[in-house]
Write a protein of this length. Structure first.
Length: 194
């Protein structure tokens, strides 16, 4: 009986040891999974940061376009307002390098005498063609690192009849997409057996 008890104790110790190994294995598996999750989170955060950089660059371009157009609009509105309201308190302004400067107060007679200069100023405004204000649209596309961009190529089989008689497979030139190399394998005789 003592011998059987000793065997049972050894068996119990072996089972306890096996349970501990399984527990260590469970912990190792969980740690490995957590490590992969950290890697994925870091990768996604970096992708988001790159998207934010793309957005920032696009917005900088658009804001530059908007600022340029807004400045031109404000200058023209100010010029028109002054020309339309020159009766009571006449400020004659001159267009110079994209800005309007007040030179001095003037009477109507002075304004009439300066009319040729004012007309030249208007012509100067019109010298800058409207085409120079046309902005290049910024595409609303963002590079996706999860879904690669669609790519394609054309594979033309020359002398198909000859290739078909040979019954050898024909391989397309390589197509490189997202770090992968793709080639088509075509069986000209159509049976898939060489």
């Amino acid at each position: 009986v003592n011998e059987e008890v000793a065997k049972l104790r050894r068996r119990l110790m072996e089972l306890i040891s096996l349970v501990q190994e399984v527990e260590r294995n469970v912990e190792a598996v969980r740690n490995a999974k957590d490590e992969r999750v950290r890697e994925i989170r870091n990768a996604v955060e970096m992708m988001i940061a790159r998207l934010d950089t793309q957005l920032k660059n696009k917005l900088i371009t658009l804001m530059g376009q908007k600022t340029s157009l807004t400045q031109e609009t404000e200058l023209l509105e100010s010029l028109l307002q002054e020309v339309e309201h020159q009766g009571a308190s006449c400020f004659w302004k001159k267009w110079c390098q994209g800005r309007i400067y007040t030179l001095r107060s003037c009477s109507k007679s002075e304004l009439i005498s300066k009319s040729s200069e004012i007309l030249m100023m208007f012509q100067q405004v019109h010298r800058k063609p409207m085409a120079s204000f046309v902005t290049t649209p910024v595409p609303p596309d963002f590079t996706s690192e999860l879904v690669p961009s669609y790519d394609s190529a054309t594979f033309v089989l020359e002398n198909f009849s000859t290739l078909r008689q040979r019954a050898d497979p024909v391989y397309s030139p390589p197509l490189q997409v997202s770090g992968l190399c793709w080639r088509l394998k075509v069986y000209p005789d159509g049976n898939g057996v060489v």
